[in-house]
Design a protein around this ligand. Structure first.
Ligand SMILES: *[C@@H]1O[C@H](CO)[C@@H](O)[C@H](O)[C@H]1NC(C)=O
Ligand SMILES: *[C@@H]1O[C@H](CO)[C@@H](O)[C@H](O)[C@H]1NC(C)=O
Ligand SMILES: *[C@@H]1O[C@H](CO)[C@@H](O)[C@H](O)[C@H]1NC(C)=O
Ligand SMILES: *[C@@H]1O[C@H](CO)[C@@H](O)[C@H](O)[C@H]1NC(C)=O
Ligand SMILES: *[C@@H]1O[C@H](CO)[C@@H](O)[C@H](O)[C@H]1NC(C)=O
Ligand SMILES: *[C@@H]1O[C@H](CO)[C@@H](O)[C@H](O)[C@H]1NC(C)=O
Ligand SMILES: *[C@@H]1O[C@H](CO)[C@@H](O)[C@H](O)[C@H]1NC(C)=O
Length: 344
C-alpha cells in the first residue's frame, strides 16, 4: 500500500503510470500468500454432533502438517500427521478414533464430547523448512435439560407479602430467562433478579403480578423451559394500606349518591311537567320561556343552571294547584319568575 501513497504525494500522476503501478503491485503481492486460518464449523457444537476444524488457504509447497491437542507442540499430544510426499496420514498418541484428517488440512471430529472442548494447534512444515503454527478452538455444549421452578408461596397478599421464585438447572454455563403469562417478563422496580438470574424476588406483590411464571435455561446450542407455576394474589381489605384507594371509594360513593339525587330531581321535574302540560296556554308560556332561554347568553345559562332547575320545580309546584282555575294567573306567575331568571 506504500507505493500508491508515495506516488500521489509526488503531485499529478498520469493515468497510464497509475495503471502500471497498480499492475506491478498485483505482481508483488500475489494472492497465493494469503494467510492460513482455522475456523470451527459450527462455531458452537452440541455434544454428540460432528464439528470440522476447517483450514483455509493451506500452502501448496508442503513437506507435511500435524494436528496437536492444546496450544503447544507436544509429540504426546499429536492427534494426526500428514506427509505430503508419501500422501500418508498417521494417527498420533492423542487420536481417539473419532478424528478424520483431510488432505486440505481440515480435521473432522465425530460424535464430539464435552472433553473435546479446548484448543487445537496445526503445525505446517513448508518446503523451505519454514514452520507455521495456527491454533483453533472447539466449543462443545451439552444440550440443556429441563429446569425446575419453585415458588416460595403460590398465594400472596397484595402490598404485604413477597414471593421468591427459584429456577434450578443441572447445566453449567447457561443463561436463565423468565417468562410471565408466556411472555418475556418485564421487570418492575419491585422485582429483583440474582446475579445469575436463578432467583426472582417480587417485593411487595401486587395484583398485576398474579399469573403464570416460567423460567428458561439456554446455551448456544439449546434451550429448555420449566413447567408453569401460578401465583395467586389476594387483597387484604382490613389493611387498606393505601389512603388513595379509600379516598377513591369515598369519591365513588359520593358520585353515585349525587347521580341518584340528580336523576330523582329530573324525574320529579318531568312528572310535574307532564301532569301540568294539559293547558294550551301554559304550553305557550313554556315555549316562550324556552325560546327566550335559547336567546340568552350561553355562559349565563351555565352559571344559573342550578338556580333555574330549582326555580322550575318551584314554578310548577305553584302552578299545579291553579291548573283547574283560569289560565291567566299561571301565565303571570311564570312570566314574573322568568324575568327573575333572566336578570341573573
Ligand atoms: C477440506 O475437505 C473437507 C472434506 O472434503 C471439506 O469438508 C472442507 O470444506 C475442505 N476445506 C476447505 C477449506 O475447502
Ligand atoms: C458417542 O459417544 C458417546 C460417548 O461419548 C457414546 O456413548 C455413543 O455411543 C457415541 N455415539 C456414536 C453414534 O458413536
Ligand atoms: C420449593 O419451595 C418450598 C417452599 O419454600 C419448599 O418447601 C420446597 O422444598 C421447595 N422445593 C424444591 C424442589 O426446592
Ligand atoms: C403462604 O401464604 C399463606 C397466605 O398468605 C399463608 O397462610 C401460608 O402460611 C404461606 N405459606 C408459606 C409456606 O409461607
Ligand atoms: C438434576 O440431576 C439429578 C440427578 O442427576 C436429578 O434428580 C434432578 O431432577 C435434576 N434436576 C434438574 C433440574 O434437571
Ligand atoms: C439475566 O436476564 C437478563 C434479561 O432479563 C439478561 O439480559 C441477562 O443477560 C441475564 N443474565 C444471565 C447471567 O443470564
Ligand atoms: C401459556 O401457554 C400454556 C401452554 O402453551 C397454556 O396452557 C397457558 O394457558 C398459557 N398461559 C397464558 C396466560 O396465556
Amino acid at each position: 500500500m506504500e507505493p500508491p501513497s508515495a506516488l500521489s504525494r509526488g503531485g499529478r500522476v498520469p493515468w497510464q503510470e497509475l495503471l502500471l503501478a497498480v499492475s506491478l503491485l498485483t505482481f508483488w503481492n500475489p494472492p497465493t500468500t494469503a494467510q492460513v486460518t482455522v475456523e470451527s464449523v459450527p462455531p458452537n457444537a452440541a455434544e454428540g454432533k460432528d464439528v470440522l476444524l476447517r483450514v483455509h488457504n493451506l500452502p501448496a509447497n508442503l513437506i507435511g502438517f500435524g494436528w496437536f491437542k492444546g496450544t503447544t507442540i507436544d509429540p504426546h499430544r499429536e492427534i494426526v500427521s500428514y506427509a505430503a510426499d508419501l500422501q500418508e496420514i498417521t494417527p498420533g498418541f492423542a487420536h481417539s478414533g473419532r478424528e478424520t484428517l483431510y488432505h486440505n488440512g481440515s480435521l473432522l471430529f465425530q460424535n464430539i464430547s464435552l472433553e473435546d472442548t479446548g484448543y487445537y494447534t496445526l503445525q505446517i512444515i513448508k518446503r523451505n523448512v519454514q514452520v507455521e503454527r495456527l491454533t483453533g478452538q472447539l466449543r462443545v455444549y451439552q444440550p440443556v435439560s429441563q429446569p425446575s421452578i419453585n415458588i416460595s408461596n403460590t398465594t400472596a397478599t397484595e402490598h404485604k407479602d413477597s414471593v421468591v421464585l427459584t429456577c434450578s438447572t443441572n447445566n453449567t454455563g447457561v443463561s436463565i430467562w423468565w417468562f410471565f403469562n408466556n411472555q418475556s417478563l418485564k421487570l418492575t422496580e419491585r422485582m429483583k433478579l440474582s446475579p445469575d438470574n436463578s432467583t426472582l424476588t417480587i417485593d411487595p406483590v401486587r395484583r398485576e403480578d398474579a399469573g403464570d411464571y416460567q423460567c428458561e435455561v439456554s446455551n448456544p446450542v439449546s434451550s429448555s423451559k420449566s413447567d408453569l407455576v401460578k401465583l395467586n394474589v389476594e387483597y387484604d381489605f382490613t389493611q387498606q394500606s393505601s389512603g388513595l384507594s379509600a379516598g377513591a371509594i369515598a369519591g365513588i360513593v359520593i358520585g353515585v349518591l349525587a347521580g341518584v339525587a340528580l336523576i330523582a330531581a329530573l324525574l320529579y321535574f318531568l312528572c310535574n311537567r307532564k301532569s301540568g302540560g294539559t293547558s294550551d296556554l301554559r304550553d305557550l308560556t313554556e315555549h316562550k320561556l324556552s325560546a327566550s332561554n335559547h336567546s340568552q347568553d350561553h355562559s349565563d345559562n351555565v352559571h344559573n343552571k342550578t338556580d333555574e332547575v330549582a326555580y322550575s320545580s318551584l314554578n310548577f309546584n305553584v302552578q299545579a294547584p291553579k291548573k283547574s282555575a283560569s289560565a291567566s294567573p299561571p301565565l303571570t306567575a311564570t312570566e314574573t319568575v322568568y324575568s327573575e331568571v333572566q336578570k341573573k
